[in-house]
Design a protein around this ligand. Structure first.
Ligand code: FES
Length: 100
């Protein structure tokens, strides 16, 4: 079971993630405070997270829809993703997810 580390300004928490869940689902199942305003539909941008560059290649590619939304989010950076659109795989073991 891959381990995912969620990091916030308040500290960090390491959780076991189910392969196939999205990062938003992993956070919510483990009591990590990550708001998903559109419940994972990928249209609100509230689940925005920052991924360390070394992990970006291992994530499923953002859809055009996600890329378009990230482009217009004011707080978006090059390593931004929507947590509801990233699917956990075994390769993501040790992933650090920064919640801004
Ligand atoms: S929960 Fe709305 S975009 Fe992810």
């Amino acid at each position: 079971m891959p381990k995912i580390i969620f990091r916030t300004s308040g500290g960090e928490v390491e959780v076991d993630a189910l392969v196939g869940d999205t990062l938003l689902e992993v956070a919510q199942k483990n009591g990590v405070s990550l708001f998903g305003g559109c419940s994972g539909a990928g249209v609100c941008g509230t689940c925005h997270v920052l991924i360390p560059p070394e992990f970006l290649q291992k994530l499923n590619e953002p859809s055009d829809h996600e890329a378009d939304l990230l482009e217009v989010l004011p707080m978006s950076k090059e390593n931004s993703r929507l947590a509801c659109q990233v699917v956990v795989t075994d390769e993501l073991d040790g992933l650090i997810v920064n919640i801004p």
